[in-house]
Design a protein around this ligand. Structure first.
Ligand code: NDP
Ligand code: GDR
Length: 340
């Protein structure tokens, strides 16, 4: 039997790399979209490398960009995937205030370009949209599939647009197109400028004596932090379900950034209060104070439950960063600290 074919945008990111692993382990042929850069940007995927000259290879990367609609049409027409996972985005909330227009172009309009490419190529693929708890923004927790949206950043607003475009294509054209509304999820592959990884990496470096302090913003923000590999499993389950439906994916637990600091620094035997300094650069013009999910629907209909708690997540991320540093560092851990 022919293997199932999947197309992943954002394959070089945290979630894309875990999803590619999951789909390859299930026997899929995986196609990923990568942006041309002057340096290699495939570090999260390198362990999955397959020689394209090998006739049995099942992972193929294609150059392209969510801002380039005609390229997306060409790719959809030639690959003809049964499943499409749209994970690509300018995904940093703070940066979206610096680059609101670009964020709207990729995180918002990029979704429409991909949905249109799929439609123009005459595909009946199942489509997954990486929607976000940031869409709930200022609406108080707990948040579930019926909670009203109130985005608080250009990123959140762009994701709300993508959410509705996905739903509209489902209703207008009868496509199997779904939104996974995922709360924050983290891992050792998390980008270094998101708060959890910034903290775990700093804890490891301070413990090793290669960094002396850590500059941060709002420590009172409340988040629901889960483990990324478990969340990509939920994405896949959404596309295997009988009917297209939007789902919240979360852990239903609430911790502050301060709590996360405490979990991470205590793992290396340090008191975070001695090292953390304030820098207003990390304060957002409008903040999302509290995101805490309710994954009841995903549990009932997809049989999905998370198992890694936030304290355990902090430990496993610190352990990874300590180990990477002991091994002489890696591309993801030994770079200098640009203030971003
Ligand atoms: P990352 O920031 O790690 O990855 C983003 C990916 O998108 C990268 O592969 C990046 O490529 C790619 N990308 C960015 N801009 C473009 C573009 N214009 N064209 C093509 N590709 C582009 O994000 P995550 O893996 O953490 O998240 C995956 C998705 O899920 C994102 O859409 C994010 O907004 C969303 N999300 C994430 C959550 C989380 O907690 N992680 C929670 C809820 C939603 P490159 O490597 O070249 O930069
Ligand atoms: P978030 O994640 O904005 O929730 O978006 P991030 O880790 O950037 O921030 C979480 C909270 O921590 C506070 N904070 C800091 N944040 C960063 N990055 N750096 C700091 O120094 C710092 N100090 C305090 C923030 O103000 C915020 O309240 C993530 C992204 O993955 C999105 O793509 C995704 O959609 C949402 O999660 C769900």
């Amino acid at each position: 039997m022919e293997p199932k074919r999947a197309f992943i945008t954002g394959i070089t990111g945290q979630d894309g790399s875990y999803l590619a692993e999951l789909l390859l382990s299930k026997g899929y042929e995986v196609h990923g979209l990568i942006r041309r850069a002057s340096t290699f940007n495939t570090v999260r995927l390198d362990h999955l490398f397959q020689d394209p000259h090998d006739p049995d290879h099942r992972l193929t990367l294609h150059y392209g960009d969510l801002t380039d609609g005609s390229r997306l049409v060409t790719l959809m027409d030639s690959i003809r995937p049964q499943e499409i996972y749209n994970l690509a985005a300018q995904s940093h909330v703070r940066v979206s205030f610096d680059e609101p227009e670009y964020t709207g172009d990729t995180t918002g309009l990029g979704t429409t370009r991909l949905l249109e490419a799929m439609r123009l190529a005459g595909l009946e693929s199942r489509y997954y949209q990486a929607s976000s708890s940031e869409m709930f923004g200022a609406t108080p927790p707990p948040q579930n599939e019926s909670t009203p949206f109130y985005p608080r950043s250009p990123y959140g607003a762009a994701k709300v647009y993508s959410y509705w475009m996905t739903k509209n294509y489902r209703e207008a054209f009868g496509l199997f197109a779904v939104n996974g509304i995922l709360f924050n999820h983290e891992s050792p592959r998390r980008g270094e400028t998101f708060v959890t990884r910034k903290i775990t990496r700093a804890a490891a470096r301070i413990a090793a004596g290669v960094q002396s302090e850590l500059y941060m913003g709002n420590l009172d923000a409340v988040r629901d932090w889960g483990y990324a590999p478990e969340y990509v499993e939920a994405m896949w389950r959404m596309l295997q379900h009988d009917t297209p439906q939007d789902y919240v994916v979360a852990t239903n637990t609430a911790y502050t950034v301060r709590d996360f600091l405490s979990f991470a620094f205590s793992r290396v035997g340090l008191e975070w209060e001695k090292y953390v300094r304030f820098d207003e650069r990390y304060i957002r013009p409008t903040e999302v104070d509290a995101l805490v999910g309710d994954y009841g629907l995903a549990e009932r209909e997809l049989g999905w439950t998370p198992s890694v708690t936030t304290p355990r997540l902090a430990e496993l991320m610190v352990d990874h960063d300590v180990k990477a540093l002991e091994g002489g560092g890696s591309h993801l851990t030994d770079t200098v600290d640009w203030p971003v």
